[in-house]
Each structure stands twice: as C-alpha cells, then as structure tokens.
Design a protein around this ligand. Sequence first.
Ligand SMILES: [Mg+2]
Length: 161
Amino acid sequence: MTALRRRVHSLADIPLEDLVAQGVQAIVLDLDNTLCDPHGDELPKDAVAFCAKAKALGLRGFILSNGARGRAERLALALGLPCVSRAKKPLRGAYRRALRELGVQPQEAVAIGDQFLTDALGAISMGMALFLVEPRVRRDKLLVRLARPVDRILRRLLPYA
Ligand SMILES: [Mg+2]
C-alpha cells in the first residue's frame, strides 16, 4: 500500500472497497477543502456519505486538521470521528498520534487530503498511502492561498487514478 499515491477529483473517486481488500484498516482525513468548505460550518452530503461508507466497510477514520480548535472538533464530532486540530502537518507528530489512537501501522492507513505541502508531504514522510483530492473551493484561507501556486506545481508529481 505504501506505493499508492494518487490524485483524484473527489472523495467519490477513492476506491474504498479496493483499499479494504488490500488490507487498509483506517483513513486519516484532512478537513478543510477535503471534507468541507474551509469557510463553512456545514458538512456536504457527499462527505457525510463517504465517511458513512468507509465506516460501513469497517474502516476507522481520523481527522487531522491544521485548522483551529473548536470548529474542527465540532465537524469531526458531527461525523463521529476523532480529531486532532492544529495538527502542524506535514510534521509527523499528529500523524503518529492518529495512528496510535487508531491502533494501526502506517502501511495499514491511507491519508486523504487536498494540499501537497501539508497532506501529501506528511503522508509521504510517514510512509502512508495517499489520495490527493481537488480542493472543493478556490476561496482558501490566506496562508493556504499563498502556498497554492507551489502546491499546484508539486501535485503534478502524483499520477492521476
Ligand atoms: Mg485541506
């Protein structure tokens, strides 16, 4: 599983059944622009459906967000998932904590996110499989907006599924 690093358009393109068949036990999810609009407080139906499907397939989930405390926890709670906010991705500390709480090894988990510089670099440095989705909206928060041009170049390093 560790070699699996791909770009996909959206969550719906992630082949959860195949991942389970390959021995994946958990998914580590980014929040902003992966599961929801970074400016919104609502969970899109497709994100709720994706998490429900993953759960039904026996996958454990965990949200790692670099976003502020409070909002991330609230949205994670609504999805029934544990969460670490202010995760400082791509640093490995929060990934280690997530994997420890999930009770899985890096090769048994898949990271899902929308940014190369945080989500992809973090997953790669952990030796985790990765799916990089297209950001949901273009209205990023300031720091993310500044990093996006570099991110767009780097994400081309990953093959499309
Ligand atoms: Mg994000």
